[in-house]
Design a protein around this ligand. Structure first.
Ligand code: DER
Length: 253
């Protein structure tokens, strides 16, 4: 299909432009686009026998192993090692390269790996590119401790989220989805998120009427007791990103 071809094209370009030939440590994300990233790495024909690939969850680890590559879990990375590059998908990307992530329920390890890399390459076909986040993808995935989930739902409603929900299992199995950390995921709808350029243009972004700027809302949500991680990744390398745990150097391909 042309969507699969678009994913493959984005992945091929990303690897061609951003995979260091002498890569030693490479982060591998989750989802369907990343499958084409691994295919493109294999197609480079470079010697990967000394390269270590860090997964972002069960599916990511299986993808690495099934490709005949060496997987090393995040907690087994030697102290002081920074990954040469990390590749991952996204659910939506805005004009300032901020991302919504977590559609695949792996956002916590995805952020750990992204933050441990010199450069984070977001691989996204054009469906994902919107001028503001939450335009087409309507909600922010948030990983929470199960015992705190109902309180977090209430707090998100106070921040202006309309009908946030705990993500159920997608199969017939009763109950809520559990992440690799055995946590719950909350999907919290918000109106489209403003970017720094909007603030520079005088817009508010501090939650009036539930309308937030990306980094301000991400920080507010991260502060709620019980929240482990928020599915908002920053594209800026500026102080806001560093201070708020953003991911510098992102560029969707
Ligand atoms: O969960 C995530 O953030 C993933 O990267 C994911 O949502 C992207 O998935 P896709 O490549 O299958 O669209």
């Amino acid at each position: 299909s042309n969507v699969e071809e678009a994913k493959r094209a984005a992945a091929t370009t990303a690897v061609a432009n951003h995979y260091p030939k002498n890569a030693q440590w490479v982060g591998i994300g989750s989802g369907t686009t990343i499958v084409y990233v691994v295919e493109a790495i294999k197609a480079l024909g470079v010697d990967t026998s000394a390269t270590r690939y860090v997964p972002t969850g069960y599916q990511s680890r299986q993808l690495i192993v099934n490709a005949g590559l060496t997987a090393v879990e995040f907690d087994a990375i030697p102290r002081g090692v920074v990954l040469d590059v990390a590749f991952d998908g996204a659910d939506e990307v805005d004009d300032e390269l901020n991302c919504i992530k977590g559609g695949g329920a792996c956002l916590f390890q995805e952020k750990l790996v992204a933050m441990q890399a010199k450069e984070f390459i977001c691989v996204a076909d054009s469906r994902k590119l919107q001028s503001r986040l939450l335009t087409n993808w309507k909600y922010i995935p948030i990983e929470v401790a199960p015992i705190a989930a109902f309180r977090v739902l209430r707090k998100l409603t106070e921040l202006g989220s309309i009908n946030p929900t705990i993500r159920p299992n997608s199969t017939l199995k009763e109950g809520n989805l559990k992440t690799d950390q055995d946590f719950f995921l909350i999907d919290a709808p918000f109106p489209p998120l403003l970017i720094q350029a909007d603030l520079d243009g005088g817009l508010n972004g501090t939650g009036t009427g539930g309308v937030w700027e990306v980094s301000r809302l991400a920080r507010e949500i991260k502060q709620i007791a019980g929240v482990l991680e928020v599915g908002i990744f920053y594209g800026q390398t500026g102080p806001q990103a560093t201070a708020a745990g953003g991911v510098g150097g992102q560029r969707p391909v």
